[in-house]
Design a binder for this molecule. Sequence first.
Ligand SMILES: [Ca+2]
Ligand SMILES: [Ca+2]
Length: 611
Amino acid sequence: MISGTCVPVYAVCLAAIACAVAGCAPAQVLTRAEAESLLNEYTNAVASGDSARVSAFWSLRSREREGFWTMSFSIGELKSFEQTREAMREARPAIRDVSSHDGYSVIELNWVPRDEAAAAPGRPMRYYVVHAAGQHRFINPIDLLPAEWPVHETEFFRFHLAPTLRVQDRRSEMDRLTREVRAIARQLAIALPDKMDYYCARTPEECGSLMLQRPSNGYAALAYGLIVSIACDNVHEAVHLIADRAGLNPGDGPLSEGLAVAFGGTTTTTADFAPLQASRFVADGRYVPLRELLSDQAAFFRRNYVTYLEAGAFVRYLFETHGTEKLKALLRSAGGSGDVPSALVSAYGRPLPDLERDFHAWLGARAAAEIGTHIPAAAESRFVRSDPVGDDEGDGDYRYPNRRFAAGVFDLTGFEVLADTARVYFRLAFARLDSAVSYEEDGEQFVPGAVVAVNRHRGERLGNQCHNVTFGEGRGYDLRLNVGLDVSLVSADGKVFWSSRNGLPRTSGAGDTLTFSLPAALIGQPGPTWEYFVGTGLVSDRTMDFSFAGLMPVVREAGVFIGGGNHEFGNPAFIDVLLPPERNQASLLSGYDPTRGKRPVVPMFAAGRTR
Ligand SMILES: [Ca+2]
Ligand SMILES: [Ca+2]
């Protein structure tokens, strides 16, 4: 299932790797006429209902895989041969493009409804085709694209690492996954399956393309018994897989996602963050009543930035308050019934309103998370630095200012950290402050914001990169602050673990500053060795605490957001970073190449010295 951290729809397909003509054997080139004839024969075979005839169109590598008849169908799945037959009966293939690559071809098409009156453009589909035994055969991308990826085995997983990813860089993630999976199996009292295949991709686009899905941070393909992810410690997807293998799969939806979030968090949030954030939803009116949360599956996935965390909190409440066995009974029974509220009531022997009241009381015991918004005159300055005006141009070609965002709103002009015994105060100055932009009533709120990465020298581990920049070998942060309409905190693992709920005042005019404070008990007392990186970019009220854990990416064709950069994806998300005037910021930020895993190296500064 697609994780809650699936990247939304402003995504483009992976740039096709052009086939060097000399490198493609003529027999492997698929002409458009051949593609048409292949699809015609295939459609006829499917219509015949003879699954043996159909499977002969497929490469042995795909056919032999467990779960073969669960076919990915470019966004969505068909769970049986019968479903495939049904889908194809109602549509005909309309080829958009046929391209040849190194050793394979790709057919891009739409399944267009046969009903001429239907206005829909048809479901997009991509078929990979290889030439074997004198014939063109379909192959699933998971059986083709990573076939040559190096394999590294750990206690529970067989990792397949995409080119440029190195085991030594990923070992701490792999170790963390092992620890977490062992602990979760113990908590849920389940046996772990044999080694699970885990494909580690370089980008969300590559991750999605392996399973014919939208760009995604992670995906557990349950029918195939494997995980694909951009991280090697995707505990969320691992929970999906180990629960499924233990017979605890309640079907796609709130319980399944709730279980994965309760024990594994999301790709960008810790498991403990879900109850904290759910208590905030109750306070700010975003809370979804349980009956609706558990029944309306389409709304559940549409509003994932709320529902995933709320469902995670609810499953955590069930586990902590009522124990493992009842939870397992619920997971087993809900799968068959499809009526989650009824399954819940029978498993727990209590009416839904009772459980909901208890759940709210449990959430209410979670500490309120508030930021301060004023700096007292007596606070002592611990770090202060200014930034040039007019250097808000990212890597030099970002498409900003634009009609959405006025000149200066991403231009950082200064950064200061102050403290007294109780609190730590932050002041970020901009050339100009703007209010949030939204495109629909109660819609997502987009606003210029910032990331502050801090090395307090207290963690065993440092986050070495964020938002497509890196801090250099052996350097990084042990705390990251996202600053937007609120403030959220991110651990060295890149996971949001705390978020404020009272809003950050945005005042435009003479002092265009964002000012807030956090308890020193939460983040520590800033000393002279604390190092800081500050960068500005676009955030939304959803990306702050959920999908990107901070800034939105800069992608070449970004629609309403910030576009530009050298690549479709992988461009640094920063538009201005804290740097002295003598450093050439655009040149520094343009030193990247996501196709080779190269990110620009950005500096961190301590009070009184620079590196
Ligand atoms: Ca600036
Ligand atoms: Ca700058």
